[in-house]
Design a binder for this molecule. Structure first.
Ligand code: NDP
Ligand code: 8X3
Length: 250
C-alpha cells in the first residue's frame, strides 16, 4: 500500500528536494508552504508521478496550521511520514545586537511551528500505532557557533523535542528521527541575510551539501526495515569539519 508523507517547507531547498525524491518512489504527498505559486507548480510537476495535495499556511499561525491539517481530504488524512522541515535562520548577529523580530521568527517557526504541525498529526499516528516523524535539526543544534545564539537555541530545542517525542511515542511503535545537516546550498542564506550580498559568499570556495543529498538521506531513513530507526544523523559537506572549520579553495 502506498504511503503518504506530509512535508512542511516543501516550496524550496531540502523540503522541495524531498518531495521530488518521494514522488519518484510513488509516495503520496501533502506539500506545505506559504508561497502558493510554488506549491502550484510543484504540484503540477509531481502529480505526474504520484497523488499530491497542497496546503498553504504559516506554521506560526496555530489556528491556521491546525485547521489546514484538519481540512485534508480523506485520502490524505492518514499521514505515515511527517517531515518537519519548515524553518530558517533569521539574521547572524551577536546576542547584544540581535533583533527581537528575528528571535521571534526563529522560535515561532523552527520550534513552535514544528510543535503545532506535530500536534495536528500525532493523534492519527498514535491511533493507528504507526508512523515516522523526521525533524530537520541542524549541526547548529549540536554545537553553538559565534552569532548563532538564537538559531542554535531553536535547533537545540528541535533535538530535545525529537528525543522527547521518541520517548513518549515509543509505546505506539512510532519512529522519530532527527536529520542534522551542516551547510546545505539552498535559499537558507538568502533568508538569513534578508537578500543581502553576504548570502552570496556562504557557499563559495567549496562544495556545499545540496538539497538532493539530504533528500536521499531522508528517503534512506524512511525506507529502513520496521525494526530499524535512524535516531540521529549528523551530515556535513566533506569540506566542513564542524560549525566553524571549513576548508575553502585558496
Ligand atoms: P529554504 O529557505 O530553502 O527552505 C525553507 C522552507 O521553509 C521553505 O519551503 C519555506 O516555505 C518554509 N518556511 C519558512 N518559514 C515558514 C513559515 N513561517 N511557515 C511555513 N513554512 C515556512 O531552506 P532549507 O531548505 O535549507 O531549510 C529547511 C530546513 O533545513 C530548515 O529547518 C533549516 O533550519 C534546516 N537546515 C538547513 C541547513 C542549510 O545549511 N541550508 C542546514 C541545517 C538545517 P515558504 O516560504 O513558501 O513558506
Ligand atoms: C544551518 C547550518 O551552520 O548555517 O543550520 O547553522 S548553519
Amino acid at each position: 500500500m502506498k504511503k503518504t508523507a506530509l512535508i512542511t517547507g516543501a516550496t524550496s531547498g531540502i523540503g522541495r528536494a524531498t518531495a521530488h525524491k518521494f514522488a519518484e518512489h510513488g509516495i503520496n504527498l501533502v506539500l506545505c508552504g506559504r508561497r502558493q505559486r510554488r506549491l502550484d507548480s510543484i504540484e503540477k510537476a509531481l502529480s505526474k508521478e504520484t497523488n499530491v495535495h497542497t496546503l498553504n499556511f504559516d506554521v506560526r499561525d496555530r489556528e491556521k496550521t491546525l485547521n489546514a491539517i484538519e481540512s485534508l481530504p480523506k485520502e490524505f488524512q492518514n499521514i505515515d511520514i511527517l517531515i518537519n522541515n519548515a524553518g530558517n535562520a533569521h539574521g547572524l548577529d551577536p546576542i547584544q545586537s540581535g533583533s527581537l523580530d528575528d528571535w521571534d521568527a526563529m522560535m515561532d517557526i523552527n520550534v513552535k511551528g514544528l510543535l503545532y504541525v506535530s500536534k495536528a498529526i500525532i493523534p492519527n499516528m498514535t491511533e493507528r500505532e504507526a508512523g515516522h516523524i523526521i525533524n530537520i535539526g541542524s549541526s547548529a543544534g549540536k554545537e553553538v557557533y559565534p552569532k548563532g545564539n538564537v538559531y542554535c537555541a531553536s535547533k537545540y530545542a528541535v533535538l530535545a523535542i525529537t528525543e522527547g517525542m521518541r520517548i513518549d511515542l515509543n509505546p505506539f511503535g512510532i519512529k522519530v528521527s532527527a536529520i542534522n545537516p551542516g551547510l546545505v546550498e539552498t535559499e537558507f542564506s538568502q533568508v538569513r541575510f534578508k537578500g543581502d550580498s553576504a548570502a552570496d559568499n556562504v557557499y563559495k570556495g567549496y562544495k556545499a551539501l545540496q538539497a538532493k543529498d539530504i533528500a536521499e538521506i531522508i528517503y534512506f531513513t524512511v525506507t529502513r526495515p520496521a525494526h530499524v530507526n535512524l535516531a540521529d544523523v549528523l551530515v556535513f559537506p566533506t569540506a566542513q569539519a564542524n560549525s566553524i572549520t571549513l576548508k575553502k579553495d585558496d
